[in-house]
Structures are given as structure tokens and as C-alpha cells.
Design a protein around this ligand. Sequence first.
Ligand SMILES: [Fe+2]
Length: 306
Amino acid sequence: MSDLTQTQLLQRVKHSNRPNGNPRVQKISARIVGDLFRAIDELDIQPDEFWAGVDWLSRLCSGGQAGLITAGLGFDRLLDIRLDEADERAGRNAGTPRAIEGPLYIAGAPLSKYETRVDEAGEAQRGETMVMEGRVVDVNGQPVAGAIIDVWHANELGRYSHFDPDQAEYALRRRIETDAQGRYRFRSFLPPGYAIPPNSPTSELFSAIGRHGNRPAHIHFLVVAPGLRTLTTQVNVPGDSFIDDDFAFATRDGLILKLEKNTSAKGYESLGVKEPFTRVPFDFVMQPAADESEAAPQARVARALA
Ligand SMILES: [Fe+2]
């Protein structure tokens, strides 16, 4: 083995022109490795800094936080912005805006028709009672019957079931199928905002770069319907001090809820509402799917969860 210059080494590790490789992976791998080589050289990154970074990355991934750091460093929103730009170019910018899925979606939540409780009946008050309701419609305003709305949000401590061992399976996760008029409604409580886990690889990086790790209060949705483009979005509860300074850059115009406080309980008895509550009207407007793959449940941004 002869001595190598930086350039010669990069040529050798780029894996290009290997006939058994996947050309797309070869291209992406070569580009990212090349960019990192250049960053190490131009920033004069020292061995101890490099190995501290590798150690951090190992701890981040073994702790299941890779999907958290991608949101915090803007990658999730970047992917949405690129899709928005492609839609704009194609004249497809109508409908409810998309917003990042985040790493905490779990498939298979209990399914109800038209209405459900997302919180549990009979438990102690966990926050301001709300009923969110509206319709799923297409871009022409026609109701969409049989759409499946997946909803998930954090508990009063800012934690999500499945990832929090103190919560029941599918707690605060439900699916609702719209009725013949495209309607849905569910009862829950307004969730609080939350922060990234303290004393974690994610918080280590954020404290080192001088950023906070807070997310404003929000509720996640995934809406699927035949022939329509799968919609992944989240809506914000107004009044949160982090609404314009979200750790994950996810706040969007058109996705900030309007709260109708002190709505009469009349007509909401089937959801167990007995006192004036906060009504949250919201319609989901779905684009037509360009092809089968855009309408499939897996058209949501796919990711493997640790
Ligand atoms: Fe969330």
C-alpha cells in the first residue's frame, strides 16, 4: 500500500464504479463522505474532536434519538419545504399544509367511526377539555366519507405512549373513520408543549450550540383516503410561547387552531361532555393523489423506529 494524499484516499473510498453496488447509494455515499472530508480539512477538525463526535453519534443512535436530532437540526422541515416547492412547481399547492411527522407515530391505534375519546373516560382531569371536530374534504370542498384520521398527542407531562413505559398501549392515540358527510369528532384535552429529554445526546448538542429544545403544544395527524394524497400534518394550540420558536421548525400558517371556549355541552353528550368546553373546529383538505402510491397509508414518510 503506497502513501495516499487526501484526494487519492477520497477517490478510493468513494466506492464508485463498483459493478455490484447500487448506483444511487454509491452517489449519495460518495457525496456525503466527500463533503465530510472537506469539512474536516477546512475546519481543521482534530482527532479528539472527531472521535468525540463519533461517540456522540453512537450514543444518539443507541438511545433511539436519531429521529429527534433530524427534526432539531431542520432536516424534517427541509424535506417538507422541498415537497412544497415541488408542489408549487406542479400547481399542487392547495389543501391543508403538510407538517413534519416526527419520530413518534405508531400504526394500528384503535379505530372508531365518526367520533371517539382520545383520552380515557373516567380518568382524572388532565387538562382543558376539548372536542376537535370538522370534516375531511377534497380541494373542491366535497366531503370525503371513509377517510381514516390517525391522531396522536402527548400526555400532560409531554410524553407519548409506546415510548413512555408509564402509559398504556395506544394511550392518546386513536383512529377515526369519517362518516357519510366526511365528518369526524373526538374528545381529549389540550396537550402541553414539551422539551427534548434532559441529559441526553440531543440535549448535549443543543446546550453546546446554545439552543433550547422546546416544542410548542401540538397535535399530530395522518389522514388517509382512497384516491387522495396521504396527508401528514400537525396543528398548534394558540398562545404557546414557543409557537414561533419551535425546536423542530414545524409551525405553519393555516395550522394554528382557533379555540371556541365555553361551548355548550348540548349535542356532545355521547362524548361524555357535561360542562361547557373548548370546541376546536378544523377541516382537513386533501389533494387528489397523482398515483396509487400517493394514496397508500405507507405514503407517509416512512421511517424505521428503534
Ligand atoms: Fe409531538
